[in-house]
Design a protein around this ligand. Structure first.
Ligand SMILES: C[S@@+](CC[C@H](N)C(=O)[O-])C[C@H]1O[C@@H](n2cnc3c(N)ncnc32)[C@H](O)[C@@H]1O
Length: 204
């Protein structure tokens, strides 16, 4: 049994249901940003406070993470965030209008370190191609990871990814990104002395 999430920030949505009407939900037509795998919501809470004229969708299929994210957002008094419990592709397919996302953020996705599990990784060239039509021209794509192999892999395939321009050129990745808040996982790995790999591209 799932613990019910009663926060006003939580948007209950089931796969068979029609898409939420974002303009009505946020009561404005501000640009939309999507964080895939928001975890416990510390990143999105900081981002939403820094960018009050952007509407943030925090997505995770982990119920307790959604509850913690809502608590953080509510405590901060933010009205520009909605939290949904859903799988990324199913949600995007059903609820994200083509060309509507101003920003897509994926921080420290599960690294699936074992070689035979690598194909389970969320972020690969196919997934970024899938995201492309849902993003506005000039939309930002941010990826971060503490996992060296994952960071190098994303940095490398992105250099050949059609329709995206590297915003960190000539570097394929960096270990710091000004103005970009730390997530729980980033903080955890920085505390262990492990660098974060940041990748930042923009839709052409
Ligand atoms: C390792 S945690 C990182 C959490 C957070 N981004 C951070 O940096 O602290 C990865 C999160 O992504 C979520 N996740 C993984 N695959 C997902 C998918 N396909 N759709 C939605 N959430 C997903 C997991 O439930 C988990 O909360």
């Amino acid at each position: 049994m799932l613990i019910p999430n009663t926060s006003p920030t939580f948007l209950p949505w089931e796969e068979s249901e029609p898409s939420p009407r974002w303009g009505e939900i946020f009561a404005n037509d501000n640009p939309l940003a999507l964080e895939i795998g928001c975890g416990v919501g510390d990143f999105i809470t900081q981002m939403a406070a820094l960018h009050p004229t952007t509407n943030f969708i925090a997505l995770d299929f982990y119920n307790k993470g959604c509850i913690k994210t809502c608590k953080r957002v509510d405590k901060a008094g933010l009205t520009n965030v909605r939290v949904l419990r859903a799988e990324a592709r199913s949600f995007i397919e059903a609820c994200v209008p083509l060309g509507s996302l101003r920003t897509v953020v994926i921080n420290c996705p599960d690294p699936w370190p074992k070689l035979r599990h690598r194909k389970r990784r969320l972020v690969n060239s196919g997934f970024v191609s899938y995201l492309h039509p849902f993003m506005q021209p000039d939309a930002d794509f941010y990826f971060s990871t503490d996992f060296v192999d994952y960071g190098l892999d994303v940095a490398e395939f992105m250099t050949a990814q059609p329709g995206f321009i590297n915003q960190l050129a000539p570097d394929p990745f960096r270990h710091t990104l000004e103005g970009y808040p730390l997530s729980k996982y980033m903080r955890r790995f920085l505390d262990l002395g492990q660098p974060i790999y940041y990748v930042h591209y923009r839709r052409a």
